[in-house]
Ligand binder design. Structure first.
Ligand SMILES: [Zn+2]
Ligand SMILES: [Zn+2]
Length: 89
């Protein structure tokens, strides 16, 4: 059986990129804000990003320029992701 964490990650990847809006499927990025050194980031703390916004030079694992351009931060994007997935009944 699929764990709830795994199911959540599957759903996150089915969303468009939360930074530039690129079409899904996205990659699930474990947010770096508040990460505890040496501990695996929580699978519920993931946001959908395209390859460029995720692993590109300007992306969240790069120099984070995309976050500045879009006036965003990881925690707010996490909130928006949760709202998109669970905000409506
Ligand atoms: Zn993107
Ligand atoms: Zn990542």
């Amino acid at each position: 059986m699929m764990s709830k964490e795994h199911l959540h990650m599957v759903r996150v990847k089915e969303l468009p990129c939360c930074l530039c809006g690129a079409h899904e499927p996205s990659e699930a990025h474990h947010i770096l804000d508040g990460r505890i050194p040496g501990r695996k980031a929580h699978d519920f703390c993931t946001i959908p990003l395209c390859v460029d916004c995720h692993r590109g030079r300007l992306g969240v694992h790069g120099d984070k320029t995309m976050l500045k351009i879009m006036k965003q931060n990881e925690l707010n994007l996490l909130g928006e992701t949760i709202k998109k997935l669970y905000g409506e009944l």
